[in-house]
Design a protein around this ligand. Structure first.
Ligand SMILES: Cc1cc2nc3c(=O)[nH]c(=O)nc-3n(C[C@H](O)[C@H](O)[C@H](O)COP(=O)(O)OP(=O)(O)OC[C@H]3O[C@@H](n4cnc5c(N)ncnc54)[C@H](O)[C@@H]3O)c2cc1C
Length: 596
């Protein structure tokens, strides 16, 4: 057993964790623990862009960005945090630029921006160029830039260390327990402050854009320590994942003029969102695609739709829409423009499905993509643990694992990368500030006991249940009943099924009993995390008898502000899930019906 001591421990080396570490390390002794090598974090897969109202192409304002985010959230986002994020966005992007991030450029040298779903000019209602991008590799560039800066700032890294437990003693956060994957050795990290930045949990569902590592470890850690999670019923399905594979095709494709076409050759988004069409927010587009497919208008009647970014089709619809370049000339693209702006997308499609998007449409279907819910925090990244927003001393969360809440019931594209850098920064600053004013609190007497006991139980587990079977049953019931469309009977079925799977998990078989890189053991641990998350998600969804953002119910099709304009809090213990609710912070935008 090895022991370490750092003032601030950051769990996770994605965009949120690295930003937190960078800021914390300016004022405190800081270490990052990551189950992956840092640059393999999912942030590196982000394609389309990071939003900020720079106004480089046309007029834009942070207030418009804030209002679009509130509206996109279906009024469930906390408006104080949204105003804060939109206002901070401009400086955050320039700061990344100054750190060396190679953004794509306009001819005048300013950062290039592209339109994205839900981002509008609030006066005309038309899409606005707000997403700053580095071709279709924005997340990759952010991750590399932040990693380089962290190294430069002497942040200490523990790569391929898997955090198993969060240490909370006498009401204070005092560290974490981690397993060193290479050796199987346990490590205790004693800290004054811990920032959780472990990313999302799309692996709960069958078809997902998420990395294999997206198993919601941070959410599960919190739940096991009696910390509630917020708004877990709101999970985003991105409209355009490659058919059957889920690999993401960025919304930037539609930003560049790509359109969705059904089996009858129709650009159907005109019917569902007459103003913004293919650039409506993701919940709206995913639902429209399902309705088209349900009505037999998928391609060849199958479960997919075509996404077409071939120059002829883009130019045809750009002309119909009257789309203009910033200089007022008609918008036109050539094959080489598409190649320059979407190189990775073209590469993915050629590699995985043998389709060249410059000359053929891409087959797409909605894919599980992003967790709006997570560990509740205030706008400074401090974890809050009840209906009164009481802060848990020394604990912070940022990035996809956290629920601030800026995304409410539905996140707008490019607001996640922004969330990472804004709230990553403030959680790092706050953690360091707290650490500088507090001594190290005592560790509990047997800090590793809980993690060891759970791990040993799994390690010695030799029952008859197969991990892959359990995982695939969970994924399929969640996709069928807690996906894009939901009804009471189906969600109840999902809750019952997940409880059954949790019982069966007690008899799961772990074949590898070794200690070095025992990924079989880690996968079993991750599956137990996913099962907890599935139970909380399905139970929170079943209770919410309305449709809002990504939570869309056939049996309650309307938004119900009278009864449901509130955040869900969910606690989990052996008896199951307990729910409570807390109000949404509304400052100046009163709820209105959404229109597109
Ligand atoms: C394919 C794809 C494309 C996207 N494109 C965009 C986009 O264009 N614009 C946008 O705004 N958003 C986009 N998103 C969303 C956005 O990229 C993510 O929400 C964001 O990158 C998450 O960052 P994070 O720092 O929270 O987590 P991550 O980057 O995933 O980092 C999580 C870290 O936690 C560590 N970790 C996890 N569990 C443990 C554990 N138990 N112990 C130790 N370490 C642990 C991992 O090793 C990793 O370093 C996209 C998402 C996907 C999947």
């Amino acid at each position: 057993m090895q022991k370490h001591q750092f003032e601030v421990i950051v769990v996770g080396a994605g965009g949120a964790g690295l930003t937190a570490a960078l800021y914390a390390s300016r004022n405190a002794d800081t270490a990052v623990i990551s189950k992956l090598y840092p640059t393999r974090s999912h942030t590196g897969a982000a394609q389309g862009g990071i939003s900020a109202a720079l106004g480089n192409t046309e007029e834009d304002r942070p207030e418009w960005h804030a209002y679009d985010t509130v509206k996109g959230s279906d009024y469930l986002g906390d408006q104080d945090a949204i105003d804060f994020m939109a206002a901070e966005a401009v400086d955050a992007v320039y700061e990344l630029e100054h750190m060396g991030l190679p953004f794509s450029r306009n001819p005048d040298g300013t950062i290039a921006q592209r339109p994205f779903g839900g981002h509008t000019n609030n006066e005309t209602g038309k899409p606005v160029h707000r997403a700053c991008y580095a071709a279709d590799r924005t997340g990759h560039m952010i991750l590399q830039t932040l990693f380089q800066q962290s190294i430069k700032n002497n942040v200490k890294f523990f790569d391929e260390f898997y955090v198993l437990d969060l240490l909370i003693h006498e009401g204070r956060t005092v560290g974490v327990v981690a397993l060193e994957l290479a050796t199987g050795e346990m490590h205790i990290f004693h800290a004054k402050a811990v920032v959780i930045a472990t990313g999302g949990h799309g692996r709960v569902w069958e078809t997902t854009s998420n990395a294999y590592a997206y198993t919601g470890d941070g959410v599960a850690l919190a739940l096991r320590k009696g910390i509630p999670v917020e708004d877990m019923e709101f999970y985003q399905f991105h409209p355009t994942g490659i058919y059957r594979m889920g690999i993401l095709i960025t919304e930037g494709v539609r930003g560049e003029g790509g359109v969705l076409i059904n089996g009858e050759g129709e650009r159907f988004m005109e019917k569902y969102a007459p103003h913004v069409k293919d650039l409506a927010s993701r919940d709206v587009v995913s639902r429209a695609m399902y309705l088209e497919m349900k009505a037999g208008r998928g391609i060849d009647g199958k479960g997919y739709i075509n996404l077409d970014v071939t120059p002829e089709v883009v130019n045809h619809y750009a002309q119909i829409d009257g789309r203009k370049n910033p200089d007022g000339t008609p918008y036109r693209v050539t094959a080489s423009d598409i190649l320059a702006k979407l190189p990775d997308i073209i590469d993915f499609c050629e590699t995985y499905i043998g389709v060249n998007p410059v000359s053929e449409p891409m087959p797409v279907q909605p894919t599980a993509h992003y967790a709006m819910g997570g560990i509740p925090t205030n706008k400074f990244g401090e974890v809050v643990i009840d209906e009164q927003n009481t802060v848990l001393p020394g604990l912070y969360a940022a990035g996809e694992v956290a629920c601030v809440s800026v995304h409410g019931a539905n996140r707008l594209g490019t607001n996640a990368l922004l969330d990472l850098v804004v709230f990553g920064k403030y959680s790092g600053l706050k953690a360091a500030e707290y650490a500088s004013s507090e001594p190290f609190s005592e560790l509990p007497s047997d800090p590793e006991a809980f993690a060891m006991q759970q791990l040993n139980r799994l390690r010695e587990s030799s029952g008859e249940e197969n991990m892959i079977t359990l995982a695939s049953e969970m994924k399929s019931v969640m996709a069928e009943h807690v996906g894009v469309f939901r009804v009471e009977k189906g969600m109840q079925e999902a809750v019952d099924k997940i409880r059954e799977l949790k019982e069966r998990f007690k008899h799961v078989r772990v074949d590898d009993h070794g200690s070095k890189y025992n990924m079989n053991l880690v996968e079993a641990w991750e599956l137990s995390n996913l099962l907890d998350i599935a139970e909380v998600t399905a139970t929170s969804a079943l209770a919410r008898t309305e449709s809002r953002g990504a939570h869309s119910r056939d049996d309650f099709p309307d938004r119900d502000d009278k009864n449901w304009l509130k955040h869900t809090l969910a606690w989990l213990d052996d008896k199951g899930v307990r729910l409570a609710y807390k109000p949404v912070k509304i400052t100046h935008y009163q709820p209105k019906a959404r229109s597109y």
